[in-house]
Design a protein around this ligand. Structure first.
Ligand code: MN
Length: 708
């Protein structure tokens, strides 16, 4: 084939692989095509919580809304890219963010096939790209509706690998510029990308020192990489990279290469290019460093890490399946990569991605995705190498050809098959259902943009996107210190909940203002305690139930209480179950929900060892038997109004059982949980008119407005 043929053949294969990747991603759409609950405004909704963050930023860019301290990411790359697409493309915004991840994620096939083409292994590149595009972890994080930075997080380093491989093999100057631009774009897209960039740099440096010490091009490449990575503004780096490319193109300036390299190295360090790496190293070495608080009133909060179980060891099979779809495929792919790197030394440039992928064994599942393209190359290379041996087994040429082709096709399908099975089984729901979104959109027409919605952090981003309001906590802001007041409010009686919400909202805004003036900002709860003239935060929380003077009201506050939170209510409560002065756990609230139960004339077995004795009115919890205080039944009348039937049982009882007919679900809870604002407002709709006013009362979510 001549070079034109090779090029058009590559373009054809890229097209084919891209269509394959998209087609597989459309399986989700096909599976849910008649599932109305996932559709809003005529389009499927996205299925990742964080996506609503970028969507909020893009929405604000499109409408030109620039609001102080609303945490909307209007300067972030994903918001800008979405904004630009929304301006160019004739689709609705909902359609855009739903399809964007699958379209951008499928671009992974481009650099992979181009690498194959350059190594004269185009079939290897093609098969590898098919596998990589749908391999378990890559699919999970670039599937349709998974609108997050992941959609380009592997595409960028794969392109970087391509331009470095081609640069090292061809020594063509254009790859200097392309590499520089890729690093700048990758950093713009994902600021945490520096560790991969630096690994690539170190590899090129080692390669140059070991094999190509005399090659000027390599030093130019290293200089451009340093200039693209240094700690300056992206636009400035763009200009500097372009300028140095122009210099490198001039024959007469070649002799300055080493001066430029020295200059680039100096600039890299002076501008703090090394700082993020230093921080990361420090993080590894001094893992358990305790931040010494300089606060006047140091408080102790619950750490989110205590509830996140993702970090930690994962089984090897899970690790392997997420990278290659099957453990055997994975093991063979590592072997294949070894062979490939042995025969094609430039493939060593896959090591940073492979290495980062292996971090998953220690640092959590989210890293597996990086190893996907490199392992895909490995298995594809092994397969085609084997096929050559298979062919040699037969003397008859035509037969040999047929056997070889069948071998390739059958084993390719075998490699893809487990991944396709995963795609068909992986029926991820959208973040919210249509009815939930409708309530939030209704809230948008009621609340003003400066109002706050108090809700658990899981709902922060979608609330901000659909209701265009402010929130206290969200998917990015959910440390123990900021979760504490929200947790406390949701698990406390209504008076305390209302007053603490007013305090927290006003203090949050005051803290923004202080930070802007470069004043030191103390933790809100600590500041409130001191401002009311107390020294103990527990005393402050205590006086909330008395007639305490509230801060000046600057805006309205709403409580968003979804049914969705019922399942995680014990986790929500954990964040305020501790004495924030000492950090010791104080309450052990009892809260138990049962959707599976057995009802007999004498007993109601709620599972997990919780049994209600109907005749005695007692509750058996494990080995203990306690008297029941009340049995409550909630449901809806024909006019859709809520009805609550309460049966008092033992006056000295400590536990209550609530049967929620609408959800066919039982709750077992202690007095503290029964009195909590979430249970009183959401489950029983017993709002105290002194503090709350109902705004939306739907079975899936209720919204109350604060009256203070
Ligand atoms: Mn806003």
């Amino acid at each position: 084939m001549n070079s034109l043929h090779v090029k058009s053949y590559s373009v054809f294969l890229i097209f084919l692989a891209f269509v394959f990747s998209m087609a597989v991603r459309l399986i989700w759409v096909y599976q849910f095509s008649d599932y109305d609950a996932f559709i809003y405004a005529g389009q499927f909704m996205i299925n990742t919580n964080d996506g609503y963050y970028w969507a909020e930023g893009a929405r604000d860019l499109l409408s030109g809304t620039f609001q102080k301290n609303d945490l909307s990411p209007i300067t972030s790359a994903p918001a800008w890219l979405t904004y630009i697409f929304a301006k160019i493309l004739p689709t609705s915004f909902e359609t855009l963010i739903f399809y964007m991840p699958s379209l951008l994620g499928s671009l992974i096939v481009v650099p992979m096939i181009l690498i194959g083409q350059n190594l004269k292994l185009i079939e290897v590149g093609f098969l590898a790209s098919l596998l990589a595009s749908i391999a378990v972890s890559y699919y999970n994080r670039t599937m349709i509706g998974y609108y997050d930075t992941d959609m380009l997080n592997i595409v960028f380093p794969a392109f970087l690998m391509w331009s470095l491989i081609l640069g090292m093999r061809t020594k063509e100057e254009k790859y200097l510029l392309i590499t520089g631009l890729e690093i700048i774009a990758y950093r713009w897209w994902y600021p945490q990308s520096y560790s991969l960039e630096v690994s690539f740099f170190v590899l090129i440096l080692l390669y140059t020192i070991i094999y190509e010490r005399k090659n000027l091009f390599n030093y130019q490449l290293l200089s451009i990489m340093l200039l693209a990575m240094m700690g300056l503004d992206g636009l400035l780096r763009l200009v500097i990279v372009c300028c140095s490319y122009i210099v490198f193109r001039q024959e007469k300036w070649q002799r300055f290469t080493f001066f430029i390299l020295a200059g680039a190295l100096a600039l890299f360090f002076v501008t703090g290019g090394f700082t993020p790496i230093w921080y990361q190293l420090k993080g590894f070495v001094f893992k358990d460093a305790i931040e010494v608080s300089k606060d006047v009133l140091p408080l102790h909060f619950f750490s989110v890490m205590q509830t996140v179980r993702e970090a930690g060891q994962i089984p090897f099979t899970t690790f392997a399946e997420r990278i290659s779809g099957h453990t055997i495929t994975f093991v063979l792919s590592v072997v294949g990569y070894g062979f490939m790197a042995f025969n094609y030394r430039v493939m060593l440039l896959g090591l940073p991605l492979l290495g980062l992928g292996f971090l998953a064994l220690f640092g959590g599942l989210r890293f597996t995705i990086y190893a996907v393209p490199v392992c895909a190359f490995g298995i594809a290379y092994l397969l085609f190498t084997c096929s050559v041996y298979v062919q040699k087994l037969f003397i008859h040429q035509k037969l040999a050809q047929v056997v070889k082709s069948s071998f390739v096709i059958v084993s390719s399908l075998a490699i893809l098959y487990p991944n396709l099975l995963h795609v068909m089984d992986y029926r991820v729901p959208t973040v919210f259902n249509k009815t939930e979104v409708e309530s939030l959109v209704m809230l948008q027409s009621i609340a003003s943009r400066e109002d706050y919605v108090v809700a658990w952090w899981d709902y922060g981003y979608p609330i901000r996107y659909y209701s265009d309001v402010k929130t206290l906590i969200d998917g990015g802001k959910h440390g123990g210190d900021v979760n504490f007041p929200v947790s406390y409010a949701l698990t406390s009686p209504q008076d305390k909940a209302a007053k603490l919400a007013r305090f927290e909202v006003e203090y949050t805004e005051m803290a923004f203002a202080k930070a802007e003036q470069n004043e030191t900002v103390m933790n809100n709860t600590a500041q409130m305690t001191l401002d009311v003239g107390l020294k103990d935060a527990n005393d402050f929380l205590e006086v909330l139930s008395s007639d305490i003077r509230l801060p000046q009201k600057t805006r309205d506050i709403y409580f968003y209480l979804p049914y969705r939170m019922m399942g995680i209510f014990p986790t929500v409560a954990q964040f305020s179950n501790l004495d924030i002065m000492s950090g010791k756990t104080t309450r052990q609230p009892f809260f138990f929900q049962s959707n599976r139960f057995q009802d007999t004339p004498t007993e109601l077995n709620l599972g997990s060892g919780v049994v209600l004795n109907k005749t005695k009115g007692t509750l058996k919890i494990g080995q203990q038997e306690v008297p029941l205080k009340r049995f409550v039944k909630t449901g809806y009348r024909a006019d859709k109004k809520m009805m609550v039937e309460e049966n008092a049982m033992h006056a000295n009882g400590q536990m209550s059982v609530i049967y929620m007919q609408a959800y066919n679900s039982f709750l077992v809870l202690d007095e503290a949980m029964f009195d909590s604002s979430y249970i009183q407002l959401f489950v029983l709709e017993k709002y105290d008119e002194k503090w709350f006013e109902p705004i939306i009362l739907e079975p899936h979510a209720k919204v109350f407005k604060l009256k203070i």
